[in-house]
Each structure stands twice: as C-alpha cells, then as structure tokens.
Design a protein around this ligand. Structure first.
Ligand SMILES: [Zn+2]
Length: 434
C-alpha cells in the first residue's frame, strides 16, 4: 500500500467514525504536512505535450497504451493568466512569479508586483524557517523561472543583476546553465559565502555537501535529443535531493524542464519530445524519492502552453509517434552537419530515421542553398507533415495547464485552481514560524 493510498484510507476511515470522535481531531495536525516540498515546472508543457509524450513513449507491440508519470500523478488543472495589464496569455516570468509568491504580476516580472515592489517567495519563507532551498534547471539558472523563485527584479531580461542577486538568495543548491552570466569576480563572492563551484557534470559526484553552484553550459544545457543518455536533469535532481535532505528542518526544491518551452517556441516536435522524456525521467526520480520518503510532497505543473501544439494536423486523423522516435538528432544539428558536407543526403536520412522521397530531397536541397536557418525550417516542416504535428504560433497560448501531485497533502491540489493558489497552498504547508 502506498503512502497516498494509506492517507486516503485514513481520511475515509475518519469520515465513517462517529462525530464525537472526529471532533477532537485537528485535521491541520493530521500527518498531512510535508517536511520537504519539490515543485517541478515543465516550461511550456501544456496538456498537448503530456498527451503527445504518452503516445511517443507508447510501446506499439503491446495492446494497451502505457501510462506515463503524468497520467499517474495528475490531480487537477490550473489557470495561468497574468495580471490584468498583461491580458490572458502569460509569459514564464509572470507565471513563475505566481508559482513562487502567490501573486499575479505583469509579463516580464520576476517576483515583483505590478508596482515593481518585491513579493515574498516561498524560497524566502522556507529560509526564514531554517529550511534548505535549491533550484535545478536545464536553462541558465538566472532564466525566468528559477529567477522568480530566488530573486526579485522588474525585468527578466536583467540577467546580470539577477545572477548577482542570486548570491543574496542563500539557496543551498543552484544547478543548471549560465556560465556567461557569472564572472570570476561574482563566483569569487559565491566561494566566499561557502559555495563550491563546479562547471563540469563529472564533478557533480564529488559534491557531498551544500552549498553548491554548478553551471554546466554557457547558457542553456544541450538539447537532450543530441545526447539522450546523458540524463542530465535526472542527475541534477538526484544530487539536489541528496544534498538538500541533509537538513533536518526540510527543504523546498524547484526543478524545471526549461527547454520543453524552447523547443515549442521553435515548433520543433522531435526536440520537444526528447525534452519531455528528460522531464518525465526527472519526475520519476522525485516520485521514487516521495515513495521512499513519505514526508515529502511533489507538486508539478506547467507555467503555460507553448506553440499551440496539436496532435494531428493537415485534416488527418493520425499522429506518427513512431516516426518521431526514429529521429536521432535535433533539426539544428542535422542542418549544421548537412550544411558542412557535400554528401549530405545520406546523413540527413540517417538522422531522420526514414528514407526521403525525391520531392522531399528537392525541398531540402532548395532550403540548404538558402542556408542553415532555411534548412532547419524545412526539416521541421518535413517532420511535421510526415508526423501530422500542428502548431498555431511561435509564442505562448492561454489554455489551462495540468497539476500533478503525490505525497502528503497532494489532495489539496485536486480539481480546478489558479496558479497563484498552487503557491498559496504550498505556503500553508510550510512549518509555522517559531
Ligand atoms: Zn515558460
């Protein structure tokens, strides 16, 4: 019996007890308050992404459609609209502000209100209770989502200031990309504050204690599709859990699959599915941790939808996930290689995993003569047509997103809610301040 089942069973048992028995039970003191909380954000990961991922990972040789971690842990939905002045369609900054502070703000805001005044974040609240905090992401660590959890700034674009302010956040674990924003002088200040600094994933194993700032790429981490075996986000997540769990008072950790959104902006389904795989794997790492540590709550969601992804397009009642599984490199990589070689056709076909028709070869050949960007676009178009994948925009869309949860108080996140309420609920689960 899992903890969650036990918890549900206890609740149902309480419900059938006579009234006098329940009157003495303070539900807020029931074993429903987690010691540790992990919030996971699939950037741009609207419902179309989790459904697409289900078919992407499905084994066609079995009768059933295999469930994903998303199917297993789904509990509700959340609206994501930003503050009124920004309309109905949020950006990552306003949504991350909502998830980190419980307040809506304008698109671009990093945990400041519509008057640009700082809003208290769940990470600050955790720190004030002696808990540990951390972020593990696949973008640069000073990108919108991790930034909103750790600092305050009137604009997500102030990357240098956000990087500098991370020093004040006192976060125990900072893992992701972003070397170009952290000067030697700034890293020196981190070291003075007791941080170990690493810039190579191989060094991760040598880190046995907080604090750590690990920056593993100039900006964002490499596309997963070009190195699916690296399991980078899972490794960062695993290490974060190991380090943060050393604090008896508990921890709050943010894990973000940042590049799902970037692939969505590029309308690049093959790259997006690999990023989804990586995020799902990291979610399974946390799910496993929660099963082994019943005092830990996982809440996962998306900050918004990206690209208007559609499973099926061109009037066809079909979506070819098998074709997508066979693609072994990102269109950006395939294009760069093809531009550099005269004998490009075989390589392209090999990376795509299927034979190209004469007209497809002609289209790619024409695009190749116009250069890298045109060839990338042509490759993505070809993949979309072949797989019946549709997109409506290179930006965000305003549909609601899913909420996933497991662990103590997971039921709090059931049903329909606003993204600000996700933060409010998590904040009420923090221990009372001494
Ligand atoms: Zn986003």
């Amino acid at each position: 019996m899992t903890f969650r089942n036990t918890f549900t069973w206890v609740l149902s048992a309480l419900a059938i007890l006579p009234l006098y028995a329940t009157a003495n039970i303070d539900i807020t003191e029931a074993p429903s308050r987690p010691k540790n909380m992990i919030i996971m954000v699939g950037d741009g990961m609207g419902p179309a992404y989790t459904s697409a991922y289900r078919y992407f990972q499905n084994n066609p040789d079995t009768e059933e459609i295999e469930q994903t971690v998303f199917d297993r842990l789904l509990v509700g939905m959340a609206s994501t609209y930003p503050a009124k002045e920004s309309g109905y369609v949020t950006d990552s900054a306003a949504s991350a502000t909502a998830l980190a502070t419980g307040f809506k703000s304008y698109n671009g805001a990093i945990s400041v209100d519509t008057n640009k005044r700082p809003l208290t974040t769940i990470m600050q609240m955790a720190k004030s209770r002696g808990m540990s905090t951390g972020v593990a992401v696949t973008s640069q660590v000073n990108h919108a989502t991790p930034a909103a959890f750790l600092v305050h700034n009137e604009s997500r674009r102030n990357y240098e200031a956000i990087a500098t302010d991370m020093l004040q956040s006192d976060a125990d674990v900072i893992l992701g990309g972003g070397q170009k924003y952290f000067s030697e002088a700034l890293l020196g200040q981190f070291k003075t504050k007791g941080y170990q600094h690493i810039d190579d994933l191989a060094q991760l194993e040598s880190i046995a204690k907080p604090k750590v700032i690990g920056l593993f790429a100039e900006v964002q981490l490499p596309w997963v599709i070009n190195d699916v075996d690296a399991n980078t986000l899972s490794r960062l997540t695993q290490k974060s859990l190991e380090l943060l769990s050393q604090n008896d008072k508990g921890f709050v950790l943010l894990v973000e699959g940042s590049l799902i959104d970037w692939a969505g902006h590029n309308n690049d389904i093959a790259t997006a599915m690999a990023e989804m795989q990586s995020f799902a794997n990291a979610m399974e790492v946390v799910e496993q941790y929660v099963r082994q540590h019943p005092d830990t709550l996982l809440v996962a969601t998306a900050d918004h939808n990206t690209g208007g992804l559609s499973i099926g397009a061109n009037g066809e009642y079909a979506w070819d996930s098998e074709l997508l599984k066979g693609i072994s490199a990102s269109p950006s990589n395939i294009s760069a290689t093809a531009i550099a070689s005269d004998e490009w056709q075989t390589g392209v076909s090999k990376s795509l995993g299927f034979e190209l028709s004469a007209s497809e070869l002609q289209q790619l050949s024409n695009a190749r003569m116009q250069g890298d960007e045109a060839l990338q676009t042509a490759l993505k178009k070809l993949i979309d047509v072949r797989s019946n994948t549709g997109w409506t925009t290179s930006g965000h869309t305003g549909g609601d997103v899913q909420v996933f949860a497991v662990g103590p108080a997971a039921d709090l996140f059931k049903g329909n809610q606003d993204n600000t309420q996700i933060a409010e609920k998590m904040m009420t689960l923090l221990p009372k301040k001494d």
